[in-house]
Design a protein. Structure first.
Length: 174
């Protein structure tokens, strides 16, 4: 029961981090105009790409922390299934924001996200892979862990429809 509460708390934190990412207090009017122009607008493609990327990195960190605990496979599986469902909900919400942009702006979101993904610290990714390898004897769990590496596809509906058409249909993404 404590593990489910822990997963729920992680999901809430992930959703809050995604919602809060990019939101900041208004800059004082004394700020130089050039400095204002450098920061992406709150609803900008760049900001959305950052939000998706930050959510992805935070998810990897949380999954890796769970993997490092070396829990029994069935316990970890239950926790990760809950976390995956919450992360998918978050990514779908961000994907809806992405869909509201023009094709050019969606491409800008994707460029920023790609930069964030390629910037994942190698030590984090290695730790994630090592944790996954620990559970290699359980094919279902191994695949579930791998799903987190590509979870951002839920924020790109074209990609989701192409790669996981049944999942896109289940989520009502046409």
């Amino acid at each position: 029961m404590k593990q489910r509460a822990f997963v729920f708390a992680l999901i809430v934190m992930l959703i809050a981090a995604g919602a809060a990412c990019g939101k900041k207090a208004a800059a004082p009017e004394t700020e130089a105009p050039a400095a204002k122009a450098e920061a992406p607008a709150v609803g900008s493609p760049e900001n959305l790409g950052q939000k998706i990327g930050s959510s992805y990195i935070e998810t990897l960190k949380q999954v890796t922390a769970m993997l490092n605990d070396r829990l029994p496979a069935e316990d970890l599986k239950a926790m990760l299934k809950d976390m995956k469902a919450g992360t998918i909900d978050l990514m779908i919400g961000l994907g809806r924001e992405r869909e509201a942009f023009s094709p050019a702006d969606r491409a800008a979101v994707d460029r920023v996200l790609s930069g964030r993904i390629s910037g994942v610290p190698m030590d984090l990714f290695k730790e994630y892979q090592d944790g996954q390898a620990f559970y290699k004897s359980d094919a279902e769990l191994f695949t579930l862990i791998a799903d987190f590496n590509i979870i951002t596809q839920y924020a790109n509906f074209d990609l989701l429809k192409k790669q996981l058409p049944d999942e896109a249909a289940r989520l009502g993404i046409q």
